[in-house]
Write a protein of this length. Structure first.
Length: 369
């Protein structure tokens, strides 16, 4: 029960940054619409006092109303000006301005409604209730801020107007205030849940992307992903594709079992990745064949790394027993002429075949023009 209450009111740290960014975008549009409405209504109200009232600004009551109307009009104009000036600032700055504007509007409506009641013009609380319900619906904010603003507005209005209201009005006012707060909290929770669900979907998609692109046994790129990795470098001079093939790998499975064979594949993947640090891509392209794409290495550097890797693969042990029969490596280094992936792979495969012609644990590099 307590956890459910906690989850309802508290925005998790993972969700909070995205929630605040969403609140800033949501509130920007809401306040723009509200400010446009304020301009229209308050211009009409100021004109009504100045031109359509028999006494104009000659009475204190009219001057007070005119002060209310003009202050809200100027506040809306100031908000729009500051929002434009701060448009390139951090979202937190813009969000603070939005909440300040919303708080002022709420206090204004509390004061306006309280003055109507105290001056004996009306005992209705519609202005206050419209403000708190409007804030709950149109302004997105964290739960703590909803409690603070709605609670402050309720207490201020009750302090000013409660002595003039009967018990029925006070009960209705309190109930409506609670509903307005509930609407605001539900709005907050709804957005937080939606954002959390979106984050979970993105996380699942990212994991799926990894699974789609990776060999499940070794964690290296699979053949399709490796091809996509190679293609941007097909016109890059000095790029090299090396293919590694384990010698007599079938005999490892036959003699020691498939768990041992899987172990040899995983160890080979680790050694290959370590031998060519900084490689553009390392892949298990199928069965007992691996591939690596290097950039900018000389023929001698490739040969030194390949021969060191051959020695390391030959030294793989399983439960204290030597199990690997070694590997052969063939490679193809690009020259100045751009070729297709299929042509590059075919050339590296021919180089591997040439290496195997010379026996086990051999290396052969083909330089393309």
């Amino acid at each position: 029960m307590l956890k459910a209450i906690h989850d309802f009111f508290i925005i998790t740290p993972e969700v909070k940054p995205e929630f605040l960014a969403a609140a800033q975008r949501h509130n920007r549009l809401s306040l723009l619409v509200i400010c446009v409405m304020i301009f229209g209504m308050e211009l009409f109200n100021m004109a009504r006092v100045l031109f359509w009232s028999a006494s104009g600004l000659g009475t204190l009551n009219n001057r007070i109303y005119f002060a209310f109307y003009s202050s809200l009009f100027l506040a809306a104009a100031l908000y729009l000006l500051l929002a434009w000036l701060l448009r390139r600032r951090a979202p937190g700055v813009k969000l603070a301005l939005q909440y300040a504007c919303a708080a002022f509007c709420l206090v204004w409506h509390v004061g306006m409604n309280a003055y109507d009641i105290l001056a004996g013009h009306s005992l209705e609380t519609g202005i206050y209730l419209t403000a708190v319900l409007g804030m709950g619906v149109f302004i997105l904010m964290p739960a703590w801020l909803s409690f603070a603003l709605h609670g402050a507005a309720y207490l201020l209005f009750m302090a000013l107007a409660a002595p003039s209201l009967d018990s029925g009005q006070l009960i209705n006012l309190s109930f409506a205030s609670i509903v307005a707060l509930a609407v605001s909290l539900t709005n907050c929770r709804h957005h937080a849940v939606v954002i959390a669900q979106r984050q979970e979907i993105r996380s699942i998609n990212e994991r799926l992307q990894v699974l789609v692109q990776r060999d499940p046994l070794t964690g290296l790129l699979n053949k399709t992903a490796f091809q996509r990795c190679v293609e941007p470098h097909l016109g890059e001079r000095g790029a090299a594709l090396l293919i590694l093939d384990l010698d007599d790998f079938k005999s490892v499975n036959d003699r020691f079992g498939h768990p041992c064979g899987d172990f040899v594949l995983k160890e080979t993947a680790i050694l290959l990745d370590a031998a060519f640090t900084g490689a553009a891509g390392v892949s298990r392209i199928g069965g007992d064949e691996f591939a690596v794409l290097t950039l900018g290495l000389s023929a001698q550097e490739l040969e030194d790394a390949a021969r060191a890797l051959i020695r390391s693969v030959s030294a793989i042990t399983w439960r204290g027993q030597a199990v690997s029969s070694g590997c052969s490596i063939g490679g193809c280094r690009l020259g100045s002429r751009a070729i297709s992936y299929e042509q590059l792979y075919d050339a590296a495969d021919r180089a591997l075949y040439r290496a195997k012609e010379h026996g086990k644990e051999q290396f052969y590099l083909l330089d393309l023009p």
